[in-house]
Design a protein around this ligand. Structure first.
Ligand code: KIV
Length: 275
C-alpha cells in the first residue's frame, strides 16, 4: 500500500528561479529519474531537488530497446503518479519522441504534462527548429529543460548510444547549441555523455544550470536513471553510473547516499567519468 511518508523533510519547494540561485551559490543540484508515486516519496524523503519523469521509462520500466515508442499518454500517466508522491522537488517531464515536432504540437503536449503536475518539460536537441520550439514554449510560460550531447531520441541518427562532442568540431558545435538553447529561453540544460572538460566549459559559459549524466563532476548538478543507481536495470551498468544500493540495506539509504555524495562533490568520481 502506498502511504505518504511521515519523515519527508519540510522544505521550501524547489522552483525554477531557485535552480539559478543554486548555480549562483555553487550548491549542487541533485536530480534523479522517477516513474511512480512510491519512488517519488523516497526521492522526497531524501531531499532530492529534481524528479525527472524521463522517457527512459520506455527502456527501464517497459523493457523496450529505445525511448522512441514511448507515447505522450504514457508520459502523462507516469507524470501524474510521480506528482502524487512529490511535494518539494521540482517535477520535470520528458516530451517524448515527435511530441514537440513543431511549436503547436509542443504546446499541446506540454499542456498535457503540466496539467498532470509537471513544472517543466524536457526536450532533446539544439538545432534551429528546437530553439524555435523552446522560444514558443517559454513565451507561453512553459519552463523548458534542454538536453544535449547523447540525445537518446536520436539514437538511429547517432548510430548508437555513444559519447558525443569528442572531436574539436563536435565540441564547438555543442557549445554553440548550448548557447542557442539558453538564448531561446531554456532554464536548465541536461548534458549527457560528453567529455568532462567540455561539460565544465559549457557550465562555465552559461548562466543557466547544467545537469550532467556521464558528463563529469563540474556540471551544476547530476542526474542518474533511478533503476541504474539501485542496480535494478538488467545487464551492464553504464560506467558513469553507480549502484548506490550495493552495501546498503534500503532504497531510502541508497537515495540518501546519492544525494549526499552529489551535494558534497563525491559523485561522480574519476571511476565514473567517461573519456
Ligand atoms: O529519459 C531520461 O531518463 C533522461 C535522463 C537520462 C537525463 O533523459
Amino acid at each position: 500500500m502506498y502511504v505518504q511518508p511521515a519523515d519527508a523533510p519540510q522544505r521550501k519547494p524547489v522552483t525554477v528561479p531557485r535552480l539559478r540561485e543554486m548555480k549562483a551559490r555553487g550548491e549542487k543540484i541533485v536530480a534523479l529519474t522517477c516513474y511512480d508515486a512510491s519512488f517519488a516519496a523516497h526521492l522526497e524523503s531524501a531531499g532530492v531537488d529534481v524528479a525527472l519523469v524521463g522517457d527512459s521509462l520506455g527502456m527501464v520500466v517497459q523493457g523496450r530497446a529505445s525511448t522512441l515508442p514511448v507515447t505522450l499518454d504514457e508520459m502523462a500517466y507516469h507524470t501524474a503518479m510521480v506528482a502524487r508522491g512529490i511535494s518539494g522537488a521540482l517535477l520535470i517531464a520528458d516530451l517524448p519522441f515527435m511530441s514537440y515536432r513543431n511549436p503547436e504540437v509542443a504546446l499541446e503536449s506540454s499542456a498535457r504534462l503540466m496539467a498532470r503536475g509537471a513544472a517543466m518539460v524536457k526536450l532533446e536537441g539544439g538545432d534551429t527548429w528546437v530553439c524555435e520550439v523552446i522560444g514558443v514554449l517559454t513565451a507561453h510560460d512553459v519552463p523548458v529543460c534542454a538536453h544535449l550531447g547523447l540525445t537518446p531520441q536520436s539514437v538511429h541518427k547517432l548510430g548508437g548510444y555513444r559519447m558525443q562532442g569528442k572531436s574539436e568540431h563536435a565540441a564547438a558545435r555543442l557549445r554553440e547549441q548550448a548557447q542557442a538553447v539558453a538564448q531561446a529561453g531554456a532554464e536548465l540544460l541536461v548534458l549527457e555523455s560528453v567529455p568532462a572538460a567540455l561539460a565544465a566549459q559549457i557550465t562555465h559559459e552559461l548562466a543557466i544550470p547544467t545537469i550532467g549524466i556521464g558528463a563529469g563532476k563540474d556540471c551544476d548538478g547530476q542526474v542518474l536513471v533511478l533503476y541504474d543507481m539501485l542496480g535494478i536495470t538488467p545487464g551492464k551498468r553504464p560506467k558513469f553510473s553507480k549502484d548506490f544500493l550495493a552495501g546498503r540495506d534500503s532504497i531510502a539509504a541508497a537515495i540518501r547516499a546519492y544525494s549526499d555524495d552529489v551535494r558534497a562533490g563525491r559523485f561522480p568520481t574519476d571511476e565514473n567519468i567517461l573519456g
